[in-house]
Design a protein around this ligand. Sequence first.
Ligand code: TMP
Length: 234
Amino acid sequence: MRRAESQRAVKGRERSGVEAPREHRSTIGHFVTFEGIEGSGKTTQIRRLSAHLTAKGVPHLVTREPGGTPLSDEIRALVLVPREETVFPEAELLLYVAARAQHVRGRILPALLSGQAVLCDRFSDATTAYQANARGLEASLVERLNRFAAGGLVPDLTLLFDLPPEDGFARVKGRGYGPDRLERESLEFHRAVRDGYLRLAGRDPERIVRIDAAAPEEEVFRSVLRTVAQRFGW
Ligand code: TMP
């Protein structure tokens, strides 16, 4: 997509009110998302890829969901803090997509339009895996809300760091600080999240590349570098 088309997409979306826009991919800056269950090591890999891009002089933004703007960071704190009150899946879904709506318009699109690459720790696929697959909310509703929140923006590449939830749990436990509200969910829940991700990867193998996250960190990073070199010449 060219800059003018992208700006039209943004304007068209503003006019369209609640209507979910058609999907579009950014070819102005490359948009790369990192997904996986808890403890998959994706945050470490983003940090390493960012260092690699800095060394190569590739301008980029590192951000995460939920988060990335002051409002979205506040929503992150709200949705992740463990609390006594039951958080109903419907409310949880709306909080995540609200954070995304703000993040896309306030941070991601401006960076892409200025030619920066964007490395984002989680995006719409997380909502499908967690809120549709694991929480059991209707997949078509989640998909529609995802499109609405993202303004139709779809990652150019998604790296899926895949490993068994048992291994992910062990890494989270060894981290030295307490688990957040989602990390406290059962092994069953996290199995459903993983299944959700693998199903998404099966449906869209061009965009979503599965990386074996059970391998040593160095090997995982080599896979990341191989993938982004092939796709973007980084
Ligand atoms: P993080 O700990 O990897 O930053 O992700 C925050 C948590 O929020 C993680 O448990 C996954 C969860 N999550 C959802 O359930 N739905 C979403 O749409 C997103 C972005 C994250």
